[in-house]
Design a protein around this ligand. Structure first.
Ligand code: VGL
Ligand code: ZN
Length: 202
């Protein structure tokens, strides 16, 4: 088994004070750095939207953040503008040990499609290329940490499990948005997909 640590969207906009702040999002940075130091392979994901992205409420007349809309690929939550390419908010948390990453994979750059998962855009078919990267490196086991547990970590973990990777999510090193029961639904969905949820490092 060759293992990789995947750190999901540990970016300024998802931390307190950011545009789409996840409560306590910054508290995981130090323990994630400790895990990065021990990991054989480290991959970071970076939410990376063009201005005016279709997942932003501001791109839809009469819509407010956290409203839902129907997109051609299914229902989509509308978000505050966040992680705009090149902005300060799109940068990784300033204390994250980015220099120790082997790969940074950006997602959400397609103006018409959101991309929660590190593997596929929200149409569930357009690949990001991460699967090929992992397979060509012989990586078959993934440990996931980061933000937000109920959106990007959840979608990434479920997709990875469906692709046949062995996936563990360190819940103690994730934080959630928890919108209308999204956290409980995410936990159930991950478990159904065969993802191992770890409250602590076992
Ligand atoms: C995320 C909402 C919008 C996440 C990204 O990283 O979980 N959530 N974009
Ligand atoms: Zn986003």
């Amino acid at each position: 088994m060759t293992q990789a640590l995947i750190v999901i969207d540990l970016q300024t906009d998802f931390c307190p004070g950011g545009a789409l702040a996840v409560p306590e999002g910054d508290t995981i940075v130090a323990p994630v750095n400790a895990l990065i130091a021990e990991a054989d392979a480290v991959i970071l994901t970076q939410d990376w939207h063009p201005a005016g992205h279709s997942s932003f409420a501001s791109s839809h007349d009469g819509k407010a953040p956290y409203d839902m809309i129907d997109m051609p690929y299914g229902p989509q939550v509308l978000w505050p503008d966040h992680c705009i390419q090149g902005s300060l908010g799109a940068q990784f948390h300033p204390e994250l040990h980015v220099d120790q990453a082997d790969l940074i994979i950006r997602k959400g750059y397609n103006p018409q499609i959101d991309s929660y998962s590190a593997f596929f855009e929200n149409d569930h078919t357009t690949p990001t290329g991460l699967e090929g990267y992992l397979r060509t490196r012989g990586i078959d086991e993934l440990v996931m940490v980061g933000l937000a547990l109920d959106f990007c970590v959840n979608f990434s973990a479920v997709d990875a499990a469906k692709l046949g990777f062995k996936v563990r999510v360190r819940e103690d090193l994730c934080r959630a948005i928890d919108l209308n029961g999204s956290l409980e639904a995410a936990r159930a969905g991950m478990q159904d997909a065969g993802v191992t949820l770890e409250a602590n490092h076992g």
